[in-house]
Design a protein around this ligand. Structure first.
Ligand code: AMP
Length: 443
């Protein structure tokens, strides 16, 4: 109390300080936008429930080693995009750049995974990558994603894509294309990687500095470079899809058959390169029109070696992540329900604050949407505020009403005042009936 009084007295004379703004690439999601996100999340929650997924809430920070080991040391994310810091206990921590590694870590740690057991988990929340900010690309961005651990069969790959098709249909994303490919596995990928490296080495002089550097460590990324020179140099490069071993080819063919049977339209894009090393076999990306260069709204695929490489059993996994900012930009069915018009409770003057506060509380406990305008003691300004927010009624408690213990209520549409005939402090249920004009029913 003492502190509050001090602050109040100090405020008028306080010098205006320099403004502090958000960090570049970190943005605020304001109420209008987050209301649309809530619709999107509710749709996702419903779809996840239909596909029998449970939610996991993961920590934002993990040990740096988790990402280095799973995403891969030679990826852009680990090489240059992670927010890594040493905490006061000398542990290297990283703000999660994605959630698959955390899901797998948690599933192993809590014994959720075992051979012959299937786990279906979804998550939502912020991810952090120090990329160059631009339209649709931020340093803190939000993903909704899901993982299925413990299944190696192609049915689950198809099911994941079916789930995404259902989600996009629900929020009405038009013109989204599901691009799929196969990245092979540890049997066929090493040979392919060498062939690709040989091909790129013969064109080394035409490649950008970045690609020349990637050539040794991560040649697959060369297929993904946006530089014009690199694209034409790599135009005739060998493709993984033509080098699949028998089991990988059969797996991919089965996924495509299943998708066909379930009417999930996909397009083959043999140049898909996921930015994370753990993927094998099925890989996919969802691209949408109208987003400019950052046109991927989601991506994912299979990662059969990941669980074992993080110390768990040798089981398969498949998952996806979608970017909430980008999905919200292209989804046309995120219409927010208009909230109920509020009741404004206006105690006119400090003497009426306590009564106003308890009246507002009683109405809220009865389920009403209430704005208490105690900070604006004049009737005129309270009415102006009530009009501005589209209130349905305003319950006024001025000095007269206060001494009589009864308020009066104005219907803002019809502009008529009605006295309340109940004692404001003790009315309880009857107050609500009076506010609603149902007084007789209760009296
Ligand atoms: P990834 O985890 O890289 O496969 O990304 C999955 C999805 O997350 C992408 O398709 C984007 O929609 C979204 N995403 C990834 N990085 C960013 C970023 N820096 N800013 C906004 N969205 C992103």
């Amino acid at each position: 109390m003492h502190g509050t009084r001090l602050v109040q007295r100090a405020m008028p004379s306080m010098a205006r300080s320099a403004q502090i703004t958000a960090v570049k690439g970190f943005r605020d999601v304001l109420p209008d936008e987050s209301a649309r996100w809530q619709v999107l999340e509710a749709a996702a929650l419903d779809i996840f429930s239909r596909y029998a997924f449970g939610e996991i809430r993961l920590p934002i920070a993990e040990r740096t080693e988790l990402f280095a080991r799973s995403i891969g040391e030679a990826t852009d994310i680990v090489e240059k995009e992670m927010y890594t810091f040493v905490d006061r206990g000398d542990t290297s921590l990283t703000l999660r750049p994605e959630a698959t590694a955390g899901v797998v870590r948690a599933a192993i740690e809590h014994g959720l995974v075992a051979p012959d057991r299937e786990v279906r988990i979804f998550y939502r929340g912020p991810m952090f990558r120090r990329e160059r900010p631009q339209k649709g690309r931020f340093r803190q961005f939000y993903q909704i994603g899901a993982e299925v651990l413990g299944r190696e069969d192609p049915v689950i790959d198809a099911e994941i894509l079916g789930l995404l098709r259902d989600l996009l249909a629900r929020v009405e994303v038009r013109d989204a294309v599901f691009e799929v490919s196969s990245l092979g596995d540890e049997t066929c990928r090493p040979g392919y990687r060498q062939r690709l490296r040989d091909f790129a080495t013969s064109r080394r002089a035409h490649l950008c500095d970045n690609c020349q550097r990637r050539l040794e460590r991560n040649p697959l990324r060369l297929l993904d470079c946006k530089e014009h020179a690199c694209r034409s140099a790599m135009a005739g490069a060998p493709l993984m899809i033509d080098s699949l071993c028998g089991p990988c080819a059969e797996h991919f063919a089965a996924v495509r058959r299943l998708l066909d049977a379930a009417n999930v339209p996909v397009t083959l894009n043999p140049r898909i390169v996921r930015g994370l090393d753990y993927y094998c076999r099925t890989a996919f990306e969802i691209v949408a029109a109208g987003l400019g260069s950052q046109n991927a709204i989601g991506g994912g695929g299979r990662y059969d070696g990941l669980v074992a490489s993080l110390g768990g059993p040798a089981i398969g996994g498949v998952g996806f992540a979608i970017g909430v900012e980008r999905l919200a930009m292209v989804a046309s069915a995120l219409t927010v329900d208009t909230p109920a018009r509020p009741i404004v409770v206006a105690p006119l003057g400090a003497d009426a604050w306590a009564v106003g506060f308890s009246v507002a509380t009683a109405l809220r406990q009865a389920g009403r949407r209430v704005e208490l305008v105690a900070g604006r003691p004049s009737l005129r300004s309270a009415l102006r505020h009530a009009d501005r927010i589209g209130a349905q009624q305003i319950l006024m408690i001025g000095p007269e009403e206060l001494s009589a213990g009864r308020g009066s209520i104005r219907d803002l549409e019809r502009r008529v005042d009605r006295p309340l005939s109940v004692d404001l402090e003790t009315a309880g249920e009857r107050l609500l009936a009076q506010v609603d004009g149902r007084a007789e029913a209760i009296a």
